[in-house]
Design a protein around this ligand. Structure first.
Ligand SMILES: NC(=O)c1ccc[n+]([C@@H]2O[C@H](COP(=O)([O-])OP(=O)(O)OC[C@H]3O[C@@H](n4cnc5c(N)ncnc54)[C@H](OP(=O)(O)O)[C@@H]3O)[C@@H](O)[C@H]2O)c1
Length: 325
């Protein structure tokens, strides 16, 4: 490694640390008779969704979270899907529900997501979760992880009062929250920084931009209709790309020392995975960069597990406080 080599933001390592804490939290709940459950809903057989389903299943089992599998055919109707969600909402064994996207074309995806109870919306995509994030009223803004404390010992506390969370939860979308955690884990501060987020989907780009804004960054959101992307990138201290366009970001487009987070996952013809960023040229100028694979991807699933165990904890504190010894 030469002295100009960027710091590689290691998502696998952070994901492992998060999973270990989740495992401990699950064990603690098990000791008071509470199992933690995550429902996975897959309609159809989209190959990326099937892969994500399997990866989530394996990661959940590793930390002791029980998985409830709901697999429906691509011919499933909206009503059938809503029936599953109604059952999951009422099931005390299940703390969270992940719906795998894309859903079959005739299904109203927003209708499906919005039928999940906010306290079980561990993917954070329902309108209540999105609204609380925008209003800076989600657990993300109100409760903070104290970054000065080593990760394994960090209390999950209210940043002013020191209280633990005890309000009906809403959760942050896993991928953008994972980006923030990964950067903070490497000591990156956001206040006053110029951040460019490329992509404005509800699952990634938009909530990520809101999270940076909540952390006092100056944020630009770029998308397909953006005129002159390079003009935005030239000025960016932090670049986050979530487009699904391989090689979109090249070294000559970013400023010296920029921090570059590659969220894109693109499967090439030979089965290998690349991001949106041309790693070879960008790493010559960046001060920090995420690899693909091994960057944001592993953190996403770890955050999903973390949200699920937080949901179980909140349910105990709010609804069954007498079960706490
Ligand atoms: N690492 C992870 O854990 C993780 C999780 C989720 C997604 N992903 C990956 O992240 C990428 C984005 O996912 P998504 O769900 O947000 O996808 P999406 O819904 O298709 O959104 C893509 C966004 O990129 C923008 N875009 C596309 N081409 C562009 C271009 N040439 N220049 C500027 N902007 C462009 C689109 O702009 P318009 O809105 O104008 O069309 C859109 O806002 C995908 O590769 C996906 O696989 C990774």
């Amino acid at each position: 490694m030469n002295e100009n080599s960027p710091i590689i933001l290691d998502g696998k390592k952070l994901a492992g640390e998060i999973r270990e804490r989740v495992k401990q939290d699950v064990t603690n709940l098990n000791k008071i008779g509470i199992d933690v459950g995550l429902a996975l809903l897959l309609a159809g057989d989209n190959q990326s969704s099937v892969k994500y389903f399997m990866a989530t299943l394996k990661a959940s089992e590793h930390v002791g979270i029980n998985v409830f599998e709901y697999k429906l055919p691509s011919s499933a109707s909206q009503n059938e899907i809503l029936n599953v969600i109604r059952d999951v909402n009422a099931d005390e064994r299940i703390s969270g529900l992940l719906v795998l996207f894309p859903l079959p074309g005739r299904i109203n995806a927003r209708g499906v997501v919005n039928s999940i109870l906010p306290e079980k919306d561990v993917d954070g995509l329902g309108s209540v979760s999105v609204g609380r994030l925008a209003a800076e009223e989600s657990m993300f803004q109100i409760f903070s992880m104290d970054a000065s404390v080593p990760l394994e010992g960090r209390p999950y506390v209210h940043h002013r009062s020191g209280f633990i969370p005890c309000m009906p939860s809403s959760f942050l979308p896993c991928t953008p929250y994972g980006v923030i955690m990964l950067l903070e884990n490497y000591g990156v501060e956001f206040g006053g920084k110029n951040v460019v987020v490329i992509g404005k989907s509800l699952a990634v780009g938009k909530p990520l931009a809101m999270m940076f804004l909540a952390k006092e960054a100056t944020v630009s959101i770029c998308h397909k209709s953006t005129q002159n992307l390079e003009a935005y990138l030239r000025n960016a201290d932090i670049v986050c790309s979530a487009t699904g366009v391989p090689g979109l970001i090249k070294g000559n487009m970013i400023k010296e020392g920029a921090i570059v987070v590659d969220i894109g996952i693109n499967v090439r013809a030979d089965g290998s995975i690349v991001g949106d960023v041309d790693f070879a040229t960008v790493s010559e100028k960046a001060s920090m960069i995420t690899p693909v694979p091994g960057g944001v991807g592993p953190v996403t699933i770890a955050i999903l597990l973390q949200n699920t165990v937080r949901s179980a904890q909140s349910n105990v504190i709010l609804n069954h406080p007498l079960t706490i010894p």
